[in-house]
Design a protein around this ligand. Structure first.
Ligand code: GCU
Ligand code: CA
Length: 690
């Protein structure tokens, strides 16, 4: 069982590597049963270990009196039998590695040495023949088995001349690409008002489980060591539901699939008496996006711990300390009714304060602002991708039904087919983005991104105007997980297909240029890399966490929105080959080689999915933030964001400009596990741009 799992996962990885290398046309498969045709190929990584750098041991002197060495010098061992050089080298997986020793021997006499790995001689009296002079370097290469983790490699001279001068050791070792098995049977074994103890059945791994990561939905909460199968989460809020999953991670950063998800609600405390209601709520300094609220303090039998500010009955700021706060990021030219409630340590809420209603000012013109909203179509369940056919009719996917519909400008909805091989992830995977070929009139091709058995895929289908057929895989085996599957597909102004890939809850993959996760991809319509891509692979940019929004401005610059973890969401200006920082950076940071976002929001204000650009204004649909963000662009900089429709329509997924009209279409995602609305309650709106 264990072996089967590892093999299947490695096969999926291999296919994504094949796609990276631009040879996906030779590995195209049209159904899962053909996956077995692909043969495994070991992946390796070469590392240099200089002889002069600790923890290498040089039984002699570190010299630099000859030319041509690497690093800062070389090891000149004492001229004696047994005066050795030893390196400590790391391998992320066990297996055969190649060891290359760079040396100089300025004499005409061979300087043989025993080469040993972890104390075992692997080549006795190995020849290090003369290299003409001490400035001329040569190499000796041999293969030896390494263990996973730390290894010692020693070169011990067998003659009184000692070793040749040794410059460095280069090790090309196997890397571990096999993820641990999925942790099973996650359960809570103890619950208090502020803690939850979890237990699970151990995962196994070819090398070893380094740690278990615990998530609350898509957010990392805590971790446990790899040799334990229980963890107590502390500092939790009483009477609050956490939806918990656990993932196993190995030392190489490979992450398992998600465990079962366990909802656990912390218990109440003995404090059951809520605070009194705050009084005398008043508003001042009303601007076009902000207002200051002030109230009188509540009292409590134990103690007030903070105040929540609600707009239209929905909390928008929680745990305010003190009796005044400024509410930012409000929609312009809109009525808001605020109330405030007090909380105590038992998470008991007071009755609301008096309500106060304000009207925000309007945004200065320039680029347009959203105006009236009307419903184009209702009865949807998580509509996700939306693209335009040349007629102006939209083609739209549904995430969990895997159905594809057309929707005309006048609101006529027609189901045109279902995408085969699509599966859900019990989270955010499923049938995601859709794109229409710029030459659809002649080739009738459309493209979809969806989750399948082996991972996320990009596939092509034929849409003849009536029905879907001809499912063909272009890229597959992009690692999937419960959350962070990316999913947006769009054609750029350059005619190439762009796709956004999430990091599949495996943060290290975002920095790994051998993986497609945590990347924006750019490809030809056969799924091979577009010409001019920065690394010659499908990858266009990297260091992304869960990107779902892409759009181009009037100068052809690519802008992207992505979900942060618990702190900051990002709007990025994408340049080819740039590194957007995840997981080292979330939002702004100061790390050389990493590109900062142009704008950030707290995850409560945004959690952005789709974006579109109209007259160099970005419109960004926010899920958790339940609003449409408007961000004016000025060349390569982004101006002040303003929000529209805050909490009016629920969670917003996709926004697209209607071609040739000053109109947006905007879709909701209220039928998911966060929105909790019944099937069929999602809608597609049209929004005028004035
Ligand atoms: C010379 C040479 C050294 C070398 C030594 C030897 O002294 O400069 O770099 O190590 O010979 O014979 O080992
Ligand atoms: Ca492993």
């Amino acid at each position: 069982m264990h072996r089967t799992f590892i093999a299947a996962r490695s096969a999926a990885w291999l296919i994504s590597f094949a796609s990276l290398l631009g040879c996906s046309s030779t590995t195209l498969v049209d159904d899962d049963s053909k996956l077995g045709q692909v043969h495994l190929r070991a992946t390796t990584a070469a590392t240099d270990y200089e002889a002069e750098n600790s923890p290498a041991v040089c039984q002699g002197t570190i010299d630099s009196d000859h030319t041509g060495f690497s690093g800062t010098g070389f090891c000149n061992t004492t001229n004696a039998v047994g005066a050795f050089v030893e390196w400590t080298v790391n391998a992320s997986a066990a297996g055969s590695a190649s060891l290359t020793f760079r040396y100089a021997n300025g004499t005409t006499t061979d300087r043989p040495a025993d080469i040993s790995v972890n104390g075992q001689v692997v080549s006795a009296a190995h020849s290090f023949a003369g290299t003409t002079n001490w400035d001329t370097w040569a190499t000796q290469t041999l293969n030896a088995n390494l263990v996973a983790g730390s290894n010692t490699v020693r070169v011990t001279p067998t003659t009184a001349n000692g070793d040749a001068n040794l410059d460095k050791l280069t090790v090309d070792a196997p890397t571990d690409t096999a993820a641990p098995t999925t942790p099973q049977n996650l359960r809570s074994t103890n619950v208090t008002s502020n803690s939850i103890t979890l237990a699970w059945d151990a995962s196994t791994d070819n090398v070893g489980v380094a740690a278990y990561d615990i998530f609350n939905d898509g957010n990392h909460m805590d971790e446990a060591a790899g040799n334990v199968t229980t963890k107590t989460l502390a500092g939790l809020v009483p009477k609050t539901t956490y939806r918990l999953t656990v993932f196993a991670r190995d030392a190489a950063g490979n992450v398992s699939a998600s465990s079962n998800q366990v909802p656990v609600t912390t218990s109440p405390t003995s404090d059951t008496t809520p605070p009194t209601a705050p009084g005398n709520l008043t508003a001042s300094n009303v601007g076009n996006s902000s207002v200051t609220l002030t109230w009188t303090a509540s009292t409590d039998d134990v103690g007030v711990t903070g105040y929540d500010v609600l707009a239209g009955g929905t909390p928008i700021i929680t745990n305010v300390q003190g009796t005044s706060t400024t509410v930012n990021n409000l929609a312009a030219d809109t009525d808001f009714t605020f109330t405030v409630r007090a909380k105590d340590a038992g998470n008991n809420s007071s009755n609301p304060s008096n309500a106060v209603t304000i009207h925000t000012g309007s945004v200065p013109p320039g680029g347009g602002t959203p105006g009236s909203v009307t419903t184009v179509s209702s009865g949807w369940s998580i509509p996700w991708g939306l693209a335009w056919l040349p007629s102006g009719t939209a083609i739209i996917t549904e995430r969990e039904t895997f159905n594809v519909f057309t929707l005309t400008q006048s609101g006529t909805k027609t189901m045109v087919g279902q995408v085969p091989n699509a599966v859900g992830t019990g989270g955010e995977g499923g049938l995601l983005g859709i794109a229409v070929d710029p030459n659809w009139n002649s080739n009738h091709f459309i493209y979809v991104m969806h989750t399948a058995s082996e991972g996320n895929r990009i596939a092509r289908m034929t849409f003849n105007g009536t029905s879907l057929s001809g499912y063909t895989i272009l890229v597959q085996g992009i690692k999937k997980n419960r959350f962070h599957n990316g999913g947006r597909l769009k054609f750029g102004p350059d005619g190439f297909l762009y796709a956004t890939c999430g990091e599949a809850q495996t943060p290290d993959l975002a920095q790994d240029k051998n993986a497609l996760n945590g990347k924006i991809l750019r490809m030809k319509t056969d799924g091979t890399p577009a010409p001019g891509n920065p690394f010659g692979t499908l990858i266009y940019s990297f260091g992304h966490r869960n990107p779902q929004g892409i759009a181009w401005d009037s100068a052809g610059r690519l802008w992207e929105a992505e979900f942060g973890d618990t702190k900051f969401d990002e709007l990025n200006l994408i340049t080819p080959g740039a590194n957007y920082g995840w997981p080292t950076c979330e939002g702004d940071c100061n790390v050389s080689g990493m590109t900062n976002p142009k704008k950030t929001w707290t995850t409560g204000e945004a959690s952005p999915s789709g974006i579109t650009i109209v007259n160099d204004v970005v419109y960004m649909a926010a899920l958790r933030g339940q609003r449409l963000w408007r961000i004016p662009l000025n060349g390569t900089s982004a101006g002040t964001p303003t929000a529209f429709f805050v909490n009016q329509f629920g969670r917003l997924r996709t926004v697209e400009k209607v071609p040739g009209q000053s109109l947006l279409w905007l879709s909701t995602t209220n039928v998911d596990f966060n929105g909790n609305q019944p099937s069929g309650s999602d809608k597609i709106f049209k929004v005028t741009i004035n």
